[in-house]
Design a protein around this ligand. Structure first.
Ligand code: 2M8
Length: 426
């Protein structure tokens, strides 16, 4: 790719961040997702930091301003009324001054804030803003181990697939059979009016998503009881790796800023989480897998959740085997990294999180590959990511076999990640 083309792509990415900017927060894309999403915002801030550091800090501040009193940071903040999305605030019924959803999302804030701090040209601004965010993120991390790890295993569970960010992953299929569909209040989906229904989750999956929301709402969104009351309790290695990495990054940042207690607490969480992660290793698949707490069994499914742990400081042989798995995937998938293994009969190249490539996942995986010294594989994935953009534009996700852009267009986090890929390629 020529320097000129790189510059054009960077400018287009910056333009998308602007178009989706609502002043104090950024929407993932116009129409399909009209509110602030948790992990979208944190990753978006990393992109914003390339063009406007102040704006980047504000993005994370806005999200954390809606942290619950118990420490949870919700997955959606409904800043303003919009009929275009289902389920809206009235379905969640969380009863907050500015309505939010009642569940969380991958805790990438610690990682993002460390990245903003490292990139910052204005170190004074960065130190002030990071210092204000540290206790809030620390509290969120504490909330996870209090509310989602009642047996003190050092691994946290999700109680709703939307928490994983990988909504309709194959990983949830068997466990989802346990979630009933009866008694769900009739509803009209909005997502299928904005995007191709054959690329979205099914009606049966939506019924179960809503059943869980209504069950949690009936329990008053009390996080002291939700975990045990949920028929869906899933330990996701990708989600846990993101939490572990955020704890490690927050610890480093707190150390730099002289916040010793926060540094120590988060370092301990990261170390313990890393040790516990090994219970999720699957030697046949050469990657990590999910663990279904209700069934007390591992999930037999090779998804990107099992590759994301490259983000944390894994033992050398584990990291090398994850790279072997990526090499094997490159034989069946034209573009890395498919969200599920294409040789799995359940793989679906265009259906959301059941096969497509997501550039945010490529970003997390390549960050880990670079840190663990696997630069060749990182470069291969970064080039594939830029090629997808170059030919398909800034899509929500891409078909890994053909590169076809799918889902929402002018997608914020895709644009943000491209800025990072371009910097690495410079
Ligand atoms: C998708 O999830 C939302 C529910 O949270 C939806 O489909 O309505 C996922 O891709 C999720 O990871 C993402 O944060 C969200 C907004 O981009 O969309």
């Amino acid at each position: 790719m020529t320097d000129q083309r790189r510059k054009e792509i960077f400018d287009e990415a910056a333009q998308i961040l602007k178009i989706n900017d609502r002043g104090t927060y950024t929407v993932p894309t116009h129409g399909l997702y009209p509110f602030q999403w948790n992990w979208d915002s944190c990753l978006t801030a990393i992109g914003q930091s390339h063009v406007d550091e102040k704006r980047a800090w504000l993005e994370v501040d806005t999200l954390l301003a809606h942290q619950w009193e118990d420490g949870m940071v919700p997955h959606i903040v409904f800043h303003q009324h919009d009929e275009g999305y289902f389920p809206g605030p009235e379905v969640w019924g969380t009863n907050r001054p500015v309505p939010t959803s009642g569940i969380t999302q991958p805790p990438i804030a610690g990682f993002a804030v460390k990245r903003l701090f490292d990139m910052a040209k204005d170190k004074e601004l960065a130190s002030t803003r990071a210092r204000q965010l540290l206790p809030k993120i620390d509290r969120w991390h504490q909330w996870f181990y209090e509310s989602r790890d009642p047996e003190k295993t050092d691994l946290v569970a999700l109680i709703h697939p939307w928490e994983s960010g990988r909504d309709n992953s194959i990983d949830w299929d068997a466990a989802f059979e346990r979630v009933p569909t009866d008694g769900v209040t009739p509803y009209t989906r909005r997502d299928t009016q904005h995007a191709d229904p054959s690329h979205r989750p099914t009606k049966d999956q939506y019924d179960r998503y809503i059943w869980l929301v209504e069950r949690f709402r009936s329990l008053g969104w009390d996080n002291a009881v939700l975990h045990d009351a949920s028929p869906f309790q899933m330990v996701d290695p990708g989600f846990n790796a993101i939490l572990i990495r955020s704890c490690a990054d927050l610890a480093e940042l707190a150390h730099i800023l002289g916040e010793t207690d926060i540094a120590e607490r988060n370092k301990a969480r990261a170390t313990q989480g890393l040790t516990a992660m090994d219970s999720l290793w699957n030697e046949t698949l050469k990657q990590y897998v999910c663990f279904d707490r209700v069934a007390n069994a591992h999930v037999d499914s090779a998804s990107i959740a099992g590759l994301i742990p490259i983000l944390v400081s894994l033992p050398r042989d584990r990291a090398d085997k994850l790279v072997d798995t990526l090499v094997a995937l490159s034989k069946t998938s034209r573009y890395l990294v498919p969200s599920h293994d294409p040789s799995d009969v359940r793989f679906d190249a265009k259906r959301y999180w059941r096969g497509p490539v997501w550039l945010i996942i490529n970003y997390l995986i390549t960050d880990g590959l670079r840190k663990s010294g696997h630069d060749d594989m990182a470069q291969q994935i970064e080039s594939a990511s830029l090629e997808l953009i170059n030919t398909g534009g800034f899509a929500e996700y891409y078909d890994p076999l053909t590169g076809e852009p799918c889902g929402g267009a002018s997608f914020t986090w895709t644009a943000a990640m491209v800025m990072e890929f371009l910097e690495r390629a410079a």
